[in-house]
Design a protein around this ligand. Structure first.
Ligand SMILES: [Zn+2]
Length: 256
């Protein structure tokens, strides 16, 4: 992390030397619509163009500052309601070791700061189930998780960087609910609308499960019945009883 300070800064969106996110790229991101990924997971950005570069930049360059920018976009554009705790869907231990950090964790910690609530690791990837011999549908269901047992009734915000098939978040959410979490609200930095449509056809079981649980009290109830999953949906204007986040209101005034 200290290394970040010594690396020459360049824009995570266009690679131009200077700020970690140049003015032009910041405007570009602001002009993009929020997305609904597979499984009804709301995401701040489409995983394409400059947004894709910025999200990938989180993985490979300027990570802490990029995480802060993305976290602000996420909490401003996606109404998450009042949550007690923020957690994340951990990447595989091997990958995290390789990079030296977990990008979903960086996002979760930045979001928790924005919302003024604690961030805790609740999820762990489980090993042991070999992928070979499993059907394609089983493999598409993605990784499995176990969760730390939790105080009943907590409303937890579950963070991931990119929604692809929605299987990772669905599995993570199931583990949290099984461990006693009262409600899980999912949020991602980016989602691929085209991929989401493919996912809807090929990963039905996982998708249905996510929509069913997401509908319980979160704003994704409306998104689950969307007729065209590829359509970019602006969640900013969504009027929702969950849209007011008193805990985070003062943060919104902060300059970026
Ligand atoms: Zn730029």
């Amino acid at each position: 992390m200290i290394l970040d300070a010594f690396l020459p800064a360049s824009c995570a969106g266009c690679n131009q030397p200077g700020e970690v996110l140049c003015r032009r790229c910041r405007f570009s991101l602001a002009s993009l619509s929020a997305q609904v990924g597979d499984g009804g997971v709301p995401a701040a950005l489409p995983f394409s163009g400059v947004a894709r570069q910025v999200v990938l930049g989180l993985k490979y360059r300027n990570r802490r500052s990029v995480a802060r920018h993305l976290a602000r976009l996420m909490v401003r554009r996606v109404p998450v309601g009042q949550v007690h705790l923020v957690t994340w869907a951990p990447t595989s231990a091997g990958r995290a070791r390789q990079r030296g950090f977990d990008q979903a964790e960086l996002l979760a910690r930045s979001i928790a700061r924005e919302l003024g609530v604690p961030c805790r690791r609740l999820l762990f990837r489980t090993h042991g189930t070999a992928q070979t011999g499993h059907s394609r549908a089983e493999r598409l269901r993605g990784p499995s998780f176990r969760a730390r047992s939790s105080r009943d009734g907590l409303r937890v915000l579950l963070v991931d960087d990119v929604v692809t098939t929605g299987a990772t978040l669905a599995a993570a959410k199931d583990a949290l609910l099984a461990a006693g979490v009262g409600e899980v609200v999912c949020i991602a930095a980016a989602a691929t609308p085209d991929h989401a449509m493919v996912g809807r056809q090929s990963v039905r079981p996982a998708q249905r499960r996510t929509v069913a649980t997401a509908g319980a009290g979160s704003s994704s109830t409306t998104t689950a019945s969307m007729p065209t999953p590829s359509a970019a949906v602006t969640l900013e204007g969504t009027s929702s009883k969950n849209a007011v986040r008193p805990g985070s209101a003062p943060n919104l005034a902060r300059a970026s």
